[in-house]
Every structure is written in structure tokens, then in C-alpha cells.
Ligand binder design. Structure first.
Ligand SMILES: [Fe+2]
Length: 335
């Protein structure tokens, strides 16, 4: 029995009772502390790692019945055994309903006290073990969800690369847009969660081009109105494709990445700050990369020409605050 090392707190206003329990339980191998009042008990609980409290129901000042809910709410894992005179048996039963683990009756049968302490501590140990195991399982599930997300992201990246590899003009576009968008997100102090969404949204922003006619997409001359409308369906098609596997914020970024800040874009239904922030960021990153890359119908602009064009469109096509952030990141990239 002497291997038990849990600390117990005996709360009773009568020194004789505290002594009796202290001696018996010390012999059983427990470390014992004593408190004469509820206040003393709370002080000791605050500073010592106590596993179990033996709590006298009737004490001058705050009673054990009043102290029990306080202990249970501050220390939910604490085992509590109520000590009562036989006459208080109904009160003791009430205490069990309030979260006490057991009760012992005065005058004490010391063997019964010892057994009650063993039982309550065993129950507490099991509860702690179950809690620990639950935490372990939750961590495991979270870890595996993270792994699955990573695998999924890897697969999507491969899909995007395959899509872009078919087209000599857009090779690496999504990856470059992602880099620019994340630099903008950083400049705008987005949270880690928003940055993660932005990364997905940028990587996938043109995934809907999978459904676009390659001949139209690679047409060297000016597009007809119908052809332009066909190409622009890639935003809503892309959002539709990814919806089942990504969160709503990401699919909305994809859906609105061609929206104009002033509402003048094709078939646009929202404008200004109603356009998701991620979509407003991607719009600038996308335009900058498109302008600085060769296209079937024109050759690439210089970086400073593209920056000037983005500046010129602040407040019309682009969110002016994000243009400001873009100019800062462009400045930093140059220096
Ligand atoms: Fe696009």
C-alpha cells in the first residue's frame, strides 16, 4: 500500500477528526494535508496538487455543502468524499447528486474510510486516463486530417501543373499568382487561416479552364463577345468544381476573381468590399502575371508598364487599398 503517493486534503473543523483521518491515511501511504475551514481548504487547493478532498458537511462559516460546487467547478478532476453524521444522510445523498464521489459517516469505521478513498481515487484515475486517451485520439484525427489536406493539395497542384503544361502561354501561371497573392496577403497582415485559404484559392483560381475550349483560349486574334463570355465562365465553373472539397471562402474567391471593384465586370452581381477579399487580391496578382507573360494575341509588358497599368486601374478594376499593398510589395521586390 505504501506506493500510493497522492495528496489528500482533510477538511474538518474538529482537530480530533482531522488527526484521526490524517494518521490512518498516512499509514496507508497517502500524503495528507489539513484545513480547518472552507477558506483554508480553498487556499490549499490553489497551491497544492491535491487528488482528493474529504469534506466535512457541517462546519462553522462556509459549510461543506456550499464548498462542494466551488471545488467541482474550479477542479473538475478532484475526487470529493463528504463526511457526515448519520443524521445528515439525505444531505449526503444530495451531495452525490452535486458531484461528490462518495460519503462517509461519523463515527468513522476507518477501514471503510480507507476503502472509500481507494475507490474514489481509482475512479478519478480512470477518468483521467479516458480523458488523456480522448485527447490523444483527437490529436491523431487532427494530424491525419492535416495529412489528408496536404495530399489533396499536392494532387491539386499536380492537376494545375498538368493543365498549364498543355498551354505554352500559361505554364506556371497559377504558381506565380499564388506567390504574388501570398506576398499581398502578408502585406495586408492576413491571419494564418486566411493565408492558407488564399493559397488554395490562388492555386485553383483558373481550374475552371479545364472546361474551356482550347482553340478559343489560344486564339491569336481578338475574341468575339461570345468567345470572351465563354472564356469567362471558367470562374464560376472552377468554383463549382472545387466546391465539394474546399471551404466556401475558397470557392467564392475563385468565383469572383474576375470581378471588378467598381462592379463593371462581366455579369457581375457584387462590387467593392462585398467581393471576397481573397478574390480582390487574386485579381491583382492574376492581372500582373498575365500582363508580364506572353499571350497568343500580344507579347509580355515590362514589369514597370504592368505596375503602371495596375496603378491606373485602382478604384475601377482593382481595390485601391490592395493596389497600395501591391505597390509596396513591388517596391520591396525591386530593392
Ligand atoms: Fe482567371
Amino acid at each position: 500500500m505504501l506506493e500510493q503517493q497522492e495528496t489528500l486534503l482533510i477538511v474538518d473543523d474538529e482537530p480530533g477528526i482531522r488527526n484521526l483521518l490524517h494518521q490512518k491515511l498516512s499509514r496507508e501511504g497517502y500524503r495528507c494535508q489539513e484545513a480547518e475551514t472552507a477558506e483554508q481548504a480553498l487556499n490549499k487547493l490553489a497551491i497544492s496538487p491535491i487528488a482528493l478532498v474529504i469534506l466535512d458537511i457541517k462546519m462553522p462559516g462556509k459549510s461543506g455543502i456550499e464548498l462542494l460546487p466551488e471545488i467541482k467547478s474550479a477542479y473538475p478532476d478532484m475526487a470529493v468524499i463528504m463526511a457526515t453524521a448519520i443524521i445528515d444522510i439525505n444531505v449526503a445523498v444530495e451531495c452525490l447528486k452535486q458531484g461528490a464521489d462518495d460519503y462517509i459517516c461519523k463515527p468513522f469505521n476507518l477501514e471503510e474510510v480507507s476503502l472509500a478513498v481507494q475507490r474514489a481515487l481509482e475512479k478519478r484515475r480512470l477518468q483521467l486516463e479516458v480523458r488523456e486517451y480522448q485527447q490523444f485520439l483527437e490529436e491523431k484525427v487532427e494530424e491525419q486530417m492535416g495529412e489528408m489536406k496536404k495530399l489533396f493539395l499536392g494532387a491539386i497542384e499536380a492537376l494545375v501543373s498538368a493543365l498549364e503544361a498543355k498551354d505554352k502561354y500559361t505554364g506556371g501561371h497559377s504558381r506565380r499568382v499564388t506567390e504574388i497573392a501570398l506576398a499581398l496577403g502578408n502585406e495586408l497582415s492576413l491571419s494564418a487561416k486566411d493565408m492558407e485559404d488564399l493559397r488554395w484559392g490562388s492555386l485553383l483560381h483558373d481550374i475552371g479552364k479545364i472546361a474551356i475550349d482550347q482553340v478559343i483560349q489560344n486564339k491569336p486574334g481578338k475574341l468575339t463577345r461570345e468567345e470572351y463570355e465563354h472564356i469567362m465562365t471558367h470562374a464560376s465553373v472552377g468554383a463549382h468544381i472545387v466546391k465539394p472539397v474546399v471551404n466556401g471562402k475558397i470557392s467564392e474567391m475563385i468565383e469572383h476573381h474576375h470581378d471588378h471593384y467598381d462592379g463593371s465586370g462581366l455579369h457581375q452581381v457584387i462590387a467593392g468590399s462585398d467581393i471576397p477579399l481573397g478574390a480582390r487580391i487574386i485579381a491583382i496578382a492574376d492581372a500582373f502575371d498575365a500582363m508580364t507573360s506572353d499571350r497568343p494575341y500580344r507579347s509580355a509588358m515590362s514589369i514597370s508598364e504592368a505596375i503602371d497599368e495596375i496603378k491606373r486601374c485602382a478604384g475601377t478594376q482593382f481595390d485601391p487599398d490592395i493596389v497600395t499593398a501591391f505597390l509596396k510589395t513591388a517596391e520591396t521586390a525591386r530593392t
